[in-house]
Design a protein around this ligand. Structure first.
Ligand code: NAD
Length: 469
């Protein structure tokens, strides 16, 4: 990797006492109308693009310091999200913001829908893709013409620090601010009135966010997680399936919201699938994965301990090595996992993949439906009828058939959860819509004024109204 473009300086947490005046300042800017013109939105999106392009080495360095992310994953899966979203928004801004005709109501006038910005919005991001998950929602918020408070995760401190340095250097500080810090700062932010809150993270904190938002009747978007299942039936090409599952699971060391959490495999192909998974892992991370720069670390010792504990007492098919000093956990596959074991009770969010045996796809569907609606679901099958049953009988935020992760990559598709895996969606135009209000407007003329709709409601007028409806 080339040298970092700028030095990462320790930036102190934003002061809690300054938060009310910061938000008031952003509101004053919004109310001044400065964020509404397309020229402002375009200038901010171009500046955001410059921010990531001119500082990409420093951003990669921060991600490596926080998570040991391989350069390719840092660029393609984290920083790259921002570039793709910003370019798409710049290309489509005019189209997205155009008033949308909604037909003419006879004798009443012309109807149309206009998109207006919501006001001051708060974006709270987690640590696993700490740049993409903070700045790609920002694209939608800017495109829609809002003032924005960004709250990066304190867990990835280097990334938070560099973003705190860069945001005011590139973006309009009167309308876009970044607040660093953890629970006290987020709590202070949540006491303020926002016009929308977008939170990405775990379900427990989502309840805190929802409760705080309820006090101001603030609408929210929740991008959460859960146990995303991966079903493999006997018709699947096991070699390709194993490669795609291992890639989706062990990328970012399993710390991906839509990583396959566990496998439900038809019993006749279980052992072959495990053997193929092992081959894939060996070919991805030749030698020892712990010495391989293509393999990410666990974010901190708390998560390292949590994941290590989940492996206790399980039958390891391969992998299983851990090392606390540098938060390393080897890519691991477990077999004969009981559905009642602790590892099957909550999202694993680490490089450990339990394999559970099922009789057939219908049993897999029943298993999935016993749990909460997941953020993603994966099916590997060449059987069209099985695909149809899985799609129609299960509910999840999104699906990739015969692959993992990839449905997130098409910015034209909405990305979000359902039920406990989230509410609302974003990416591309969907982000713009998330941060916009769709205002219904009817424009009438003065020429026709239908008297029969006014009182007094004579018998004749009532009869006529009845006939017309
Ligand atoms: P995290 O610990 O960084 O928390 C996320 C944010 O919440 C941070 O900004 C943090 O400061 C704030 N926060 C934490 N505790 C808080 C509290 N008590 N009150 C107010 N704010 C608080 O990240 P995490 O939650 O560990 O992230 C991992 C989870 O996020 C996983 O469940 C994963 O599936 C989910 N996730 C979802 C998506 C998605 O797009 N749906 C993407 C990434 C991660």
């Amino acid at each position: 990797m080339s040298a970092t473009a700028i030095e990462i300086l320790p930036v102190p947490s934003s002061s809690v006492s300054e938060i009310p005046s910061l938000v008031a300042g952003l509101r004053a800017s919004f109310e001044s109308g400065k964020t509404r013109p397309l020229s402002w939105r375009r200038a901010q999106l171009e500046a955001l693009l410059r921010l990531v392009e001119e500082n990409d080495d420093a951003l990669v360095a921060a991600l490596q310091a926080d998570l040991g992310k391989p350069e390719l994953e840092a660029r393609a899966a984290d920083i790259g999200q921002v570039t793709i979203e910003a370019k798409l928004a710049l290309k489509n801004l005019k189209k997205w913001t155009r008033a949308e005709g909604a037909g003419t109501v006879p004798l009443m006038g012309k109807s149309f829908v206009v998109r207006e910005p919501l006001g001051v919005v708060l974006i709270i991001a987690p640590w696993n893709y700490p740049i993409g998950l903070l700045l790609s929602p920002l694209v939608g918020a800017i495109a829609a013409g809002n003032a924005v408070v960004l709250k990066p995760s304190e867990v990835t401190a280097h990334t938070s620090a560099i973003l705190a340095q860069l945001i005011p250097d590139y973006l309009d500080s009167e309308a876009i601010a970044l607040v660093e810090g953890g629970v006290p700062e987020t709590t202070a932010l949540l006491e303020q009135r926002f016009d929308h809150i977008m939170y990405t993270g775990n379900g427990s904190v989502a309840k805190v966010i929802m409760e705080a938002a309820a006090k101001h009747l603030t609408p929210i978007t929740l991008e959460l997680g859960g146990k995303s299942p991966c079903i493999v039936d006997k018709t699947a090409d096991l070699r390709v399936a194993a490669r795609r599952i291992a890639w989706g699971k062990f990328m970012n060391a399993g710390q991906t919201c839509i990583a396959p959490d566990y496998i439900l495999v038809e019993e006749s192909v279980e052992e072959d699938l495990i053997a193929e998974l092992e081959k894939s892992v060996k070919s991805f991370y030749s030698g020892e994965p712990r010495d391989n720069p293509d393999y990410t670390r666990i974010v901190n010792s708390r998560h390292h301990e949590r994941i290590s504990r989940l492996m206790e007492g399980q039958e390891i098919a391969f992998g299983g090595a851990t090392r606390i000093e540098d938060c390393y956990i080897e890519p691991t596959v477990l077999r004969n996992v009981s559905p009642d074991s602790p590892i099957m009770q909550s999202e694993i969010f680490g490089p450990v993949l339990p394999v559970l045996r099922v009789k057939d796809v219908d049993e897999a569907i029943r298993f999935v439906n016993q749990g909460e609606k997941p953020l993603a679901l994966y099916l590997f099958s060449a059987d069209a009828a099985a695909e149809e049953r899985v799609l129609s009988l299960t509910s999840s935020g999104g699906v990739t058939i015969n692959g993992t992760i990839m449905h997130i990559a098409n910015a034209k598709m909405p990305f979000g959860g359902v039920g406990p895996s989230g509410m609302g969606a974003y990416h591309g135009r969907h982000s713009f819509e998330t941060f916009s209000h769709r205002k219904a407007v009817l424009r009438r003329g003065f020429r026709f004024d239908i008297k029969m709709m006014y009182p007094p409601y004579t018998e004749w007028r009532t009869k006529m109204a009845k006939k017309m409806l």
